[in-house]
Design a protein around this ligand. Structure first.
Ligand code: ADP
Length: 401
């Protein structure tokens, strides 16, 4: 039985989509769902969560409460996700009882839920990964560190991390002493001296039809995605193709349904290493909403509803997306108005979230011909909306480890 096997035949598109999680990714599915005539119901933890504010149908409940997920499934043809933290047992029981399709299925999803499982599987398939170790004790952490000439490693909690929470550069087992209580094992990785980070996104339907987006460059600030440039500057056509093929292979190998993001490191000499996987729309794909024929949220819905995939072609030579990370200004409306007055080509997306320092509360995107001009415009808009004024200089952020 396929991992996402479903009571609805593959030739009958699903119409009722249950989305588990009420964050901004679920919220950004709502517009395309309306356009496609799909009924989306969101499982959110509170009525004021980002997607719950806009969805026509909302259930309040937790993603790890079997009854809440089951209730959502009973009202849906297919379940999909705003995040990857739903326990596999809950999803397996929904599949076993034939209540709804689950896309991506739990057998694929585990590789986005558990970084150790992801490393094991990708390494076994021969896909390029950083050197990595599994550590089940402080002694094993120290042994791995002792073997590293730099004396440093990246330690990760296998589960539950996001936006850099659960990732630390360490030089001693003492640096992860607080993690053992919740995590019996940790993932250790070499500290990759990457030149930049890339992201390759593909969409795949359960029958195997797939589509690749242009590979993009992403820059993090304090472990959080800050800027995305599409396509990745300076990546030639052969490398674009090679990386897209890698992502398509992974989607096929793992039997992913929906959007897959493969986060990558590129080293100075052009080596590509896989950082991690996400099986849902991803921050590095937000540019596609405004600057590709088919945005990632529409594409995810098409894939999980088993509709033909749309073109991934960009509609302009370059696009720049900059995240609005919460700053001092709690009211974004004034800055948004100012940014819109300055730049009629600017697209602004606000997530309806309370502003807290560093929190993703929205993003801006511009697309066009002149990459440096686009970057300047996107960063200026970000500063204006975040209440930082209209300084002419562009922010350049280094990638953080
Ligand atoms: P999360 O799941 O929280 O997004 P990631 O595993 O993607 O965590 O790591 C967050 C960031 O930390 C990455 O985008 C990258 O900048 C840095 N990072 C992660 N792993 C490594 C590594 N092995 N070497 C160097 N930097 C790393």
């Amino acid at each position: 039985m396929p991992a996402d096997s479903t009571p609805c035949s593959p030739s009958v598109p699903a119409r009722r989509i249950g989305v588990i999680g009420g964050g901004q990714l679920a919220r950004m599915m709502l517009g395309p769902a309306i356009e496609l005539g799909l009924a989306v119901e969101v499982l959110a933890t509170a009525p004021d969560e980002s997607a719950a504010q806009g969805a026509a149908a909302v259930r309040i409940g937790r993603h790890d409460d079997p009854a809440a997920v089951r209730d959502l499934a009973e009202a849906a043809d297919v379940l999909t996700f705003d995040h990857e933290h739903v326990p596999a047992e809950i999803l397996e029981s929904i599949l076993d009882e034939g209540i709804a399709a689950v896309r991506p299925g739990p057998a694929a999803l585990v590789h986005a839920q558990d970084k150790l499982r992801m490393r094991e599987r990708l390494s076994a398939a021969g896909h390029p990964c950083p050197r990595w170790w599994r550590a089940a004790s402080p002694q094993e952490v120290d042994a791995a560190l002792a073997a590293e000439t730099s004396g440093r490693l990246v330690a990760k909690t296998p589960r539950g991390g996001y936006d850099g929470h659960g990732v630390r550069v360490i030089s001693s087992s003492a640096d992860v002493a607080d993690w053992w209580e919740l995590h019996p094992e940790l993932l250790l990785e070499e500290l990759v001296p990457f030149a930049r980070e890339l992201s390759a996104q593909v969409a795949r339907r359960s029958g195997g039809e797939s589509a690749a987006y242009p590979v993009v460059q992403s820059t993090q600030r304090d472990g959080v995605c800050f800027e995305v440039v599409a396509p990745a500057p300076g990546l030639d056509a052969a490398d674009q193709e090679r990386i897209q093929q890698l992502a398509l292979h992974i989607a096929e190998d793992l039997d992913v349904t929906g959007m897959l993001a493969v986060e990558l490191f590129e080293t100075e000499d052009g080596e590509i290493l896989i950082n991690e996987l996400a099986m849902r729309p991803h921050n590095t794909g937000h540019w596609s909403m405004d600057a590709a024929v088919t945005g990632q949220f529409e594409q995810h819905l098409r894939a999980v509803a088993d509709l033909p995939l749309g073109s991934t072609a960009p509609v302009a030579p370059h696009a720049v997306m900059v995240n609005l990370l919460g700053g001092q200004e709690s009211d974004l409306a004034r800055g948004m108005r100012a940014a819109m007055e300055q730049d009629g080509g600017l697209k602004v997306h606000l997530y309806g979230k309370d502003v807290r320092p560093g929190r993703k509360v929205g993003h801006v995107c511009v697309a066009g011909e002149d990459l440096e001009d686009l970057r300047a415009r996107a960063h200026r808009a970000e500063r204006l909306i975040n209440g930082g004024g209209d300084a002419a200089t562009e922010t350049t952020e280094g990638a953080s480890a």
